[in-house]
Design a protein around this ligand. Structure first.
Ligand code: SF4
Ligand code: SF4
Length: 75
């Protein structure tokens, strides 16, 4: 277990617990906390930083860092 270079930030005020992001996560890195009604990280190590969760969230409630524009080469 080393330091993570990436992170997943969930805004629990915005998240409506719809589960869309979970459906688009192919590696089961996130899940819905049924008790709290919001998404949560299961295992950050599983996350491959595909950004699908962020892209598909209708509430802009989940962000994956580094952001895509932070890692793309500057043109
Ligand atoms: S960035 Fe991709 S792999 Fe990581 S939690 Fe989101 S959907 Fe899953
Ligand atoms: S798609 Fe957005 S609103 Fe829906 S559970 Fe995921 S983070 Fe929450």
């Amino acid at each position: 277990m080393g330091e993570h270079e990436h992170s997943i930030v969930i805004d629990e005020e915005k998240c409506i617990g719809c589960g869309i992001c979970v459906n688009y996560c192919n590696v089961d890195a996130i899940c819905i906390n049924e008790g709290k009604g919001v998404v949560e990280v299961v295992d950050l190590d599983l996350c491959i930083e595909c950004h699908s969760c962020q892209q598909m969230c209708p509430e802009q409630a989940i962000k994956v860092y580094p952001q895509i524009d932070e890692v793309l080469p500057k043109l």
